[in-house]
Design a binder for this molecule. Structure first.
Ligand SMILES: *Cc1c(COP(=O)(O)O)cnc(C)c1O
Length: 367
C-alpha cells in the first residue's frame, strides 16, 4: 500500500548492525544467532530488517504463520522458526518451508500426518520445553512419548531443542532462572540420548544474553528487542545505539486564551494563555490514549512538549508555550530508546508494548 503519511518511523540500519555486533561480542564466535522479528519486527518492518540481516544471522524467528509467509514472499531464504504454530496453519507452514516450534503431542502428531501426506522427509522441527514460564512446551514426562513417536517416522527431524526464561531481565529471580537452565539441561540431554541425531539447543533472549551468556549460551541465542537498542536496563541500553525514531510535523499552532479548552470532552482548560501545536499522530497510530493530559510528551526543537487534553484518533495537541517553533517544524514523537522507556514507565507498561503498538498507518523508512 502506498504510504504518504508525514508521520514516519525511521529505522537506522547502522545502529542495527552496531547492536547485533554488541550482542555477538558477548557470545562465543560459533554461537548461532536467531533474530526474532515477530509483530512486524517489533513494530519496525520485518521484511526490511530481514533483508538487512540475512547475510549476518543464522535464523529468523516469528510468532505466527503470516509473519513467516511475509518474509518468504519477500524472498528471504534463511531458516525461519515459527514460535506459535497451530493445527490450522500446518499445511501452509510446510509449504512455505517454515520451521515449526512443536510444543505438544497433539501438534507433533498433526505435523507428522500432514508431512507424511506431502511425502516430506527429515523436515526440520524444533521441540520446546516448558521449564517454568508455563506458557508453551513439553515437560519431562512427555520425553518417552516424543522419542517413540519421532523414532517411528521419517517425515520430521528434530533440528533443535529450546526453552524460554520467565524473568531473564530480573536478577532478583536469578535462583529461579538457574533452576530453569538446569531443568532445560536435564530434559534436553534426556531427549537427545533417545534420538538418532544431535539437535542443537537454545534458551536465551536479549536479557538472557546480557545476564546468562555464561550459564546458558548453548548453540544459539534468540535476539529480539536488543537489536532495536533496548537492553532492559539503563546501563545496558546506554551501550546500545538507538534504532527507532518516530517523527512527525506541526500541522497548526493555536493560541489558547484563559478559560478556553482543548480537544475532546474539553479535558484541558487553560488557566492562562498558552500556545499549542497540533501533530498528525493519534491513538490509531499507536499513541495510547493513556498518554493524554500531560502524561506523554514529544520533543520539538530539543524541548519537551507535553500532550494537552485527550489523545484523538488521528491527532495530538501539545503545549509549546515555551518553545520557539513554527508550523511545519519537525516533531520527535519518539526521540530514542530512553524517551520510549520513560513513556512506557509513565503508563505502567514496557518498551515492547510501545514499539509494537505503532500501527501500520505510520510510514516506515530505513536509513
Ligand atoms: C519474543 C521472544 C524472544 C525474543 O525476546 P526479546 O526479549 O525481545 O529478546 C525469544 N524467544 C521467544 C520464545 C520469544 O517469544
Amino acid at each position: 500500500m502506498e504510504n504518504n503519511h508525514v508521520t514516519v518511523l525511521e529505522i537506522d540500519s547502522e545502529s542495527i548492525y552496531f547492536n547485533l555486533n554488541y550482542f555477538k561480542s558477548k557470545l562465543h564466535s560459533k554461537t548461532k544467532i536467531l533474530v526474532v522479528i515477530k509483530a512486524f519486527g517489533y513494530g519496525t518492518s520485518a521484511v526490511e530488517i530481514a533483508k538487512l540481516l540475512e547475510p549476518k544471522v543464522d535464523y529468523f524467528g516469528v510468532a505466527y504463520l503470516d509473519e513467516g509467509m511475509a518474509l518468504r514472499n519477500a524472498g528471504i531464504k534463511t531458516p525461519i522458526l515459527v514460535l506459535h504454530p497451530q493445527k490450522a496453519t500446518i499445511e501452509k507452514i510446510l509449504k512455505h518451508h517454515l520451521e515449526p516450534n512443536i510444543y505438544s503431542i497433539n501438534l507433533l502428531n498433526a505435523f507428522i500426518e500432514k508431512a507424511t501426506q506431502l511425502k516430506l522427509q527429515n523436515y526440520p522441527i524444533h521441540i520446546k520445553f516448558n521449564t517454568g514460564l508455563n506458557r508453551l512446551g513439553f515437560v519431562e514426562k512427555d520425553i518417552p512419548l516424543i522419542s517413540s513417536i519421532i523414532n517411528k517416522q521419517k517425515a520430521l527431524k528434530i533440528t533443535s531443542l529450546f526453552s524460554h526464561i520467565a524473568a531473564s531481565e530480573d536478577l532478583n529471580e536469578r535462583e529461579f532462572t538457574l533452576h530453569q537452565i538446569n531443568r532445560f539441561k536435564a530434559v534436553s540431554t534426556e531427549l537427545i540420548n533417545q534420538l538418532p541425531n544431535n539437535p542443537f539447543r537454545h534458551m536465551l533472549n536479549t536479557s538472557g544474553i546480557i545476564n546468562y551468556a555464561k550459564e546458558a549460551q548453548f548453540d544459539m541465542v534468540r535476539l529480539g528487542i536488543g537489536l532495536f537498542g533496548f537492553g532492559n536496563n539503563n546501563t545496558e541500553t546506554a551501550k546500545l545505539k538507538n534504532v527507532i525514531t518516530l517523527k512527525s510535523v506541526i500541522s497548526q499552532i493555536h493560541i489558547i486564551n484563559k478559560g478556553e479548552t482543548v480537544g475532546y470532552n474539553r479535558a484541558f482548560k487553560a488557566n492562562s494563555t498558552i500556545k499549542t501545536a497540533t501533530i498528525p499522530i493519534g491513538h490509531a497510530d499507536g499513541i495510547s490514549r493513556q498518554f493524554g493530559n500531560g502524561k506523554g510528551f514529544v520533543y520539538i526543537n530539543n524541548k519537551k512538549a507535553p500532550i494537552v487534553g485527550n489523545v484523538c484518533m488521528d491527532m495530538i495537541m501539545v503545549n509549546i508555550t515555551d518553545i520557539n517553533c513554527a508550523e511545519g517544524d519537525e516533531v520527535l514523537v519518539y526521540k530514542n530508546q530512553f524517551h520510549i522507556e520513560e513513556l512506557a514507565k509513565s503508563i505502567n507498561t514496557i518498551s515492547y508494548e510501545i514499539l509494537t503498538a505503532i500501527s501500520q498507518r505510520v510510514n516506515r523508512t530505513v536509513n
